[in-house]
Design a protein around this ligand. Sequence first.
Ligand SMILES: Cc1cc2nc3c(=O)[nH]c(=O)nc-3n(C[C@H](O)[C@H](O)[C@H](O)COP(=O)(O)O)c2cc1C
Length: 176
Amino acid sequence: MILIIYAHPYPQHSHANKKMLEQASLLPDVEVRSLYELYPDFNIDIAAEQQALNRADLVIWQHPMQWYSMPPLMKLWIDKVLAHGWAYGHGGTALRGKQVMWAVTTGGGDHHFDLGDHPGFDVLGQPLQATALYCGMNWIPHFTIHFTFVCDENTLEVQAEMYKQRLLDWQEANHG
Ligand SMILES: Cc1cc2nc3c(=O)[nH]c(=O)nc-3n(C[C@H](O)[C@H](O)[C@H](O)COP(=O)(O)O)c2cc1C
């Protein structure tokens, strides 16, 4: 099962992520948990989230980039759900061997991330990657849609279809 942990603070205003979810939802065995809709008060149901993770073979962390990082509810989700004794530490083996993918949309293009000596876009996924590795998960290449500010709806649709294809390829490779 593919589990999409989706953190968009304004899901009703989304263009890029909405299309990605519409495409992903066409596939079987895909579960989406829209954190801002499930937890508008930021009161995360940790047990429900851990149960969803238990069901997953591939976990996707999907969000729009905000200030070179993730929206705050996704950070809180990580802090609360990836608990000691469950995700890491003594007896914390629940996530071991699961795969994880970062799916992120950005307003800017590649050059937006070249600031002075800053090493650019790829480094921004490192806190998530390190978190995943610490929990014994396998990090697979990320999926990105850049330039969401300037892409027209057609271009976004094509990229969303590529997202679905990535997931389908993963399903075929892992269960095919
Ligand atoms: C508070 C805030 C901060 C943002 N910070 C960035 C940023 O650091 N870099 C960037 O490329 N885009 C940034 N954006 C743009 C969003 O990433 C972009 O609007 C989003 O990916 C589009 O996806 P959507 O159509 O699903 O909303 C920011 C947007 C908001 C609202």
